[in-house]
Design a protein around this ligand. Structure first.
Ligand code: AMP
Length: 219
């Protein structure tokens, strides 16, 4: 099954993606993760990507499409796209890539969430730079305050640069202006099923709804 997972930043796409991948055995491709890995490699391209990401702006379509087409072409079988496509031009390019591979999309799952809940969720996220464990200052605090409890309180937790409130609001407005039209693009298509899931529920309830919808599509 090939699925696009959409939703505003902070809707829980990352968490849900790992659950779907376990349930349906798909390869998870997150454009944000791919870009952060490129940034961490220290390449010129990575630096260019970082400039857009720290401002909360979308990376230009030409760069995104080239990087994602390369990643998608390397996947055999089930695919879960997360964070891509984010513009109509990217969705059109994705259609072409999948058409050439004779591997069309089956579904688009949209996780919805309120703006203020999103700001709360994202600005509270913290992670351990050593072991990668994720925390939330309100919803999942570390027992060691601002330090990682899995690393015996020795490592200070950090916040992703683009998780600051001003950047989150910028990312939200980019979502509304550039990404919401992608949902309409798929709604107009006869070949793809668009499923909406309420992301304000508990993560478990969101997973349950998504799995039920995808199982129904699988038949
Ligand atoms: P994410 O982890 O999905 O929230 O992505 C983090 C940042 O990477 C975004 O705020 C954008 O700057 C950039 N990005 C990720 N995916 C895309 C995409 N499909 N198109 C443009 N920019 C993207």
């Amino acid at each position: 099954m090939r699925v696009v997972l959409m939703g505003p930043p902070g809707a829980g796409k990352g968490t849900q993606a790992s659950r779907l991948v376990e349930t349906f055995g798909m390869t998870h491709l997150s454009s944000g993760d791919i870009f952060r890995a490129e940034k961490a490699s220290g390449s010129d391209l990575g630096q260019k990507l970082a400039d857009y990401m720290t401002r909360g702006e979308l990376v230009p379509d030409e760069i995104v499409v080239e990087m994602m087409a390369k990643a998608i072409t390397n996947v055999d079988g089930g695919l879960l796209l997360d964070g891509f496509p984010r513009t109509v031009a990217q969705a059109e390019a994705l259609d072409k890539t999948l058409e050439q591979a004779d591997a069309p999309l089956d579904a688009v799952v949209v996780i919805t969430a309120d703006d203020e809940a999103i700001v709360d969720r994202i600005t509270g996220r913290r992670s351990c730079p050593k072991c990668g464990k994720g925390f939330h200052v309100k919803f999942m605090p570390s027992e060691k305050g601002g330090y990682c409890d899995a690393c015996d309180g020795e490592i200070e937790l950090t916040q992703r640069g683009d998780d600051k409130e001003e950047t989150v609001r910028q990312r939200l407005s980019a979502y509304k202006a550039q990404t919401e039209p992608v949902i309409d693009y798929y709604r107009k298509s006869d070949d793809v099923e668009v499923v909406e899931v309420d992301g304000m529920q508990s993560p478990e309830a969101v997973t349950k709804d998504m799995v039920a919808a995808l199982e129904k599509l699988q038949g």
